[in-house]
Structures are given as C-alpha cells and as structure tokens.
Design a protein around this ligand. Structure first.
Ligand SMILES: [Zn+2]
Ligand SMILES: [Zn+2]
Length: 190
C-alpha cells in the first residue's frame, strides 16, 4: 500500500523519489548523502524476506511515526522499516528501538482556544477535543507496543468504529481481531 510520495531535489544531479508504506518501499535515494552518515555496526537487524543477513539502523525518515531507515550492505541501498518487521537483532538495537518509539510518539491534538469571554456557555469545541485527546491517549499507549502509527482517520472495516492510530489491523478489537501484540515478542535478541 502506498501512503505517501515525496519528490524533491537532493543536489544538483539527484532527484529522489521516496515511497513509504507499512511494508517499506524506497525507490531512490541520493547515495552521496547517505555516505555522510557513518554506519553503527552495533545497530544490526534481520528481517523476514528475500534479503537475509544483517542490515543496520540509521535515521528517522520523518515519514510516519515509528518508521526507521535501515541500510542494506549487499544492495547498498536504504529503505524504511517498522519495529514489527524485525525478526532478529542485537541487544543494543532493542534498546535503541525502545527509546526511539518512546521519543517519537506524535503530539496530542492541540486544546481549543476558549472564545466564550468568561461566560459558561456550552463549549462544543472543548467536548470534541476531549474525545480527540482520549483517542490520541489510547493510541499513544499502544504505540510503544505496535511500533505503528497511521495519521489518517480510519474506521473499522466491519463496524465503522474509529480505529486507533497505532493499530496496524483494519478492524477493531471488538470485531474479534486480536492485536498483533508487542513488536518485541517476535524478535530473537542476540
Ligand atoms: Zn538487504
Ligand atoms: Zn469493529
């Protein structure tokens, strides 16, 4: 699924096209820009898929919260992953990802400005904010577990209930779809 496309110039010769989604795709990056960031060999990870072996965590791609840019030493390219894509990792990587997720929880919705001039008229904007804040708070709590955040306002495919931003599944828990659980549950730490 394609979530976002960013097209921009990264230098005189390079045009980069970045397509980022849950499964992680990346078309082109400027390899000259990449080489300026040194690799940290302690931050290795392995994934399920067609490219076995160690890959290395690099930076925040600033696409979706929780996404991480990883480097493939065999293909000499980088791409974006989520914590849930990791199947094997070093202890250092696990600490890095935990801190990264805690530190990249998106901000809550801003509180509305009180325009009632000191009167106690009903304030529907505040009631709406309370509801939005509660939804954000539940999403934020789950974010460290799922490592996933979707900015869109999504509804459960079965019952139409609003989905948490941090829920990777397309249906809500009430519709009988259990959560994927903690991303760390399926990681072998070496
Ligand atoms: Zn690879
Ligand atoms: Zn539902």
């Amino acid at each position: 699924m394609l979530h976002r496309i960013f097209v921009g110039s990264t230098g005189r010769k390079w045009i980069s096209l970045v397509a980022d989604g849950r499964t992680g795709m990346l078309a082109t990056y400027n390899p000259n820009a990449m080489s300026k960031t040194p690799l940290d060999k302690d931050l290795w990870v392995e994934f399920d898929g067609d490219c076995p072996g160690k890959h290395y965590l690099r930076v925040n791609p600033h696409t979706f919260a929780g996404r991480i840019t990883a480097w493939c030493p065999r293909k000499r390219t980088q791409f974006n992953i989520s914590a849930g894509d990791i199947i094997r990792a070093s202890h250092g990587t696990i600490c890095w990802v935990k801190g990264y997720l805690e530190g990249s929880t998106p901000d809550p919705p801003p509180e509305p400005i009180d325009t009632r001039n000191g009167t106690d008229e009903p304030w529907p904007a505040y009631q709406a904010w309370l509801k939005a804040y509660d939804h954000w708070r539940k999403s934020a709590r789950q974010f460290a577990r799922s490592g996933y955040w979707n900015h869109a306002n999504r509804a459960c495919e079965k019952c139409g209930e609003q989905l948490l931003h941090s829920r990777p599944e397309l249906t809500c828990e009430n519709c009988g779809t259990p959560s994927v659980g903690h991303w760390l549950d399926s990681v072998e730490v070496i």
